[in-house]
Write a protein that binds this ligand. Structure first.
Ligand code: Q46
Ligand code: ZN
Ligand code: ZN
Length: 319
């Protein structure tokens, strides 16, 4: 099959637009979709420094490559962040993939090592598998905010795709979890200078497009899953279900996300939040006296000392 725009060999047939694309036109198509996100949410990137969250996986490699290319023609800066969770084998191989990616994109990357910064690895928390993932999610979000604040970044970009976001939306519909539902958009604006804006540049890009892109462009990524991933979760089953629907109705995921975006303000009106205060340990915004991050660190290490030490020092290392 030939690319729709040149004589090159097509590496993908985008079913929702009925377009065969070669690697370079796939890249152009993906960059257009990333730009659409910034336009739709009126995110002003000029003179901004954006922190690119890298996991070593395919989607963050795709996102990093597209954002780096965009930064070369637009007026913003990008730096990468890899959080080393200390998961045996998985974290080491992921870090290697990030190091290779950093070299091939000429992207400056910082790492933060959990053991060095907080004195423990994710694997030795003693938590059960499900609890590990929810603790890990809270820790990663907090460390991204920490890195952005320490490094002067105004926006954090993560590699979540259309498939991830729609699966989370469906999960929140199923469980009627309105509090989570309102946070699932492609963009969440900054919160009182302490929490940077969060954007998902691949919000309109599918996992398949992302995978074909990294493979056809030869960008490094680590293909194994984290050993703690569970395929029994509602979001994983929601993703499988949406893949079946998408196969019969190409474009349904994008339609679902667009409709969600239209209704998001309505959902927001239905949710009541307790007033935000500052965590009494670390000072970050929190709905409780002590934020969930500080509570987890205390549960694992027995004290809040490592949180205070982390804020007193800079634990970001440049690869
Ligand atoms: S890294 Fe962390 Fe994930 Fe591994 S421990 Fe769970 S949350 S599965 S995206
Ligand atoms: Zn082409
Ligand atoms: Zn705290």
């Amino acid at each position: 099959m030939k690319c729709k725009y040149c004589n090159g060999k097509a590496v993908i047939y985008v079913r929702r637009t009925r377009t065969p694309l070669c690697p370079s036109h796939l890249e152009e198509y993906l960059i257009k979709n990333v730009v659409k996100v910034f336009k739709h949410y009126r995110i002003d990137l000029s003179n901004k420094k954006i922190l690119i969250a890298l996991s070593g996986g395919k989607d963050s490699s795709t996102m990093a490559s597209l954002m780096k290319k965009l930064s070369e023609v637009e007026d913003f800066e990008v730096v990468g962040l890899y959080i080393d969770l200390g998961i045996p084998k998985y974290s080491d191989y992921s870090l290697k993939a990030v190091e290779k990616l950093s070299r091939s994109l000429d992207l400056e990357v910082r790492t933060i090592n959990l053991r060095e910064a907080l004195g423990f690895n994710i694997s030795d928390t003693g938590f059960k598998r499900r609890t590990i993932c929810s603790a890990c999610g809270i820790i990663k979000r907090y460390l991204m905010n920490y890195a952005a604040l320490v490094d002067g970044c105004q926006i954090i970009a993560t590699g979540h795709t259309l498939d991830d976001i729609t699966a989370y939306i469906l999960k929140s519909y199923i469980t009627q979890d309105l509090k989570s539902l309102v946070k699932l958009g492609v963009y969440n604006p900054p919160l009182n200078k302490l929490i940077p804006g969060k954007v998902k540049p691949l919000g309109y890009v599918s996992e398949k497009e992302s995978l074909v892109y990294v493979l056809s462009s030869n960008y490094p990524f680590y293909h194994e899953e984290c050993p703690y991933v569970s395929h029994e979760t509602i979001e994983f089953q929601a993703k499988r279900f949406l893949n079946m629907v998408e196969a019969k109705h190409p474009g349904i995921k994008l339609y679902m996300l667009r409709e969600y975006e239209k209704n998001r303000q309505l959902y927001e009106k239905l949710v009541e939040y307790p007033p935000l205060r500052r965590c009494k340990i670390c000072g970050m915004p929190s709905q409780r006296e002590v934020c969930s991050f500080c509570s987890i660190v205390k549960r694992i290490t027995g004290s809040y000392d490592s949180v205070l030490k982390m804020w007193e020092n800079n634990f970001l290392r440049i690869i």
